[in-house]
Write a new protein. Sequence first.
Length: 136
Amino acid sequence: MGDIGGTALGIKAGDIIRFERTFTKEDVELFTKVSKDEGDHHVQPDELDRLIVQGLLTATLPTKVGGDNNVLARTMNFEFFRPVFTGDTITCDVTIKQLEKKDERKTAIYATFHCDNQHGKQVLGGSFGGVILTGE
C-alpha cells in the first residue's frame, strides 16, 4: 500500500499514536457483565486484592485508537504476553504503517501496536487493518 500523506485524515504513515489507561476493578466488573467472561481470576481478587483484566478488555487500547480515527476493522491480530492486573497502567503505541486511498470514499489502513505495563514489560502486541470511510 502507498502513503496518501494523511493530511485530510489527520494521520499519516509513520505516525505513532500513544494512549494510556489504568484499569480498575470497576472496569473489569463492567466488562465481565457485558462479555460474560466470568473466569475466577476476573471475579475473585488475588492475595494483593487485584483482578486479572480480561484480554479483550486490554485489547480495547489499540481499538480505541482505531475508533478515534473511524477505522472499520477488517482484521485484528493480538498476541498476549503477560497478564494485566487492576491498578496496572498500560501504555499503547500504535504505529500507522500504511495508508492507501482506494476511492473517493475509502482509505485502507494497516497499523501495528505494542502495549507495555508500568514496569516496561510488554503485555500485548499485534496489528489491525481496515478501512476509513472518508466521504459520502
